[in-house]
Design a protein around this ligand. Sequence first.
Ligand code: BDR
Ligand code: CA
Length: 310
Amino acid sequence: MTRLIIDTDPGIDDAMALFAALASPELDVAGLTTVFGNVTVEVATRNALALLDIAGRADIPVARGATAPLAMDYLGAIPHIHGEDGLGDGGDLAEPSRPALDVSAAEFLCREAPGATILAIGPLTNLALALRLRPDLDTLVEQVVVMGGNALGPGNATPAAEANMWNDPEAADVVFGARWPVTMVGLDVTHQVLLPGDRVDAVTSGDTPTARLLARAIPLYRAFLTKASGQDGIYLHDPSAVAYLLAPGLFRTKRWPVRVETQGISRGKTWPNLGGTDDPAPPAWQGRPLVNVCVEVDAPGVLDLITARL
Ligand code: BDR
Ligand code: CA
């Protein structure tokens, strides 16, 4: 069984990823760490605790993380996608039954991540801060699976950048440059994993606490995509990273060194060196580790896997 820590900014697709992970016997969710992103870290932490209550897993610790990126102010929440409350504004949300731990997310990661896998589905600030606190952490963690980035195609927060990278490019560049094995589950694959409307209805029609939460959360997220692109459905960004953990064979990966742009109009863009480490690698990519970048996905397989778990 994989011991797993989920770093998250819940977030509607974060909630789906969390519920899918909790329903998976292959995964032992040992803790949640929270980060600003879709919402402030205060709201993200409240949501993480509330989601665990709803799933009947108030035994799982939650450590509150960064309030802002490493090198800039927090860009702000995105209520038109995730709601003011981060969970679709679909009615009252019960107050959590307990508070977060009194250690920071970075401290929690330093203590608990050795020997574990980190699933990072928000901006990568907490991971970068943990590496500052414990510089050998990247030699102790089993693997890091990141939902974020766009190796070969466009972004979603800007034409260049995916949202989790855009929210803290400096941190992302640290995480992709560290020694731990990293897999990037980015928009190259998650934009193919569209759960169509009729299958969204199937997920949200269940008579369970988690299905009822998704039924209050998903409509706003679904309406955003319909308004933006005319499609009826939702992208399973964060749940696709859970699918990678459960069934990596559903993805085809390439191993490239990855840099994250921190300047100008392309800030937040993930740049793989498609030539690998071949000599002469451009200086900015020299000496960088190879990241496992997902480039193709069996989308029907991921949809079946995630809907079965939900
Ligand atoms: C990512 O950004 C967030 O809005 C989602 O929760 C997901 O982690 C997709 O680009
Ligand atoms: Ca997220």
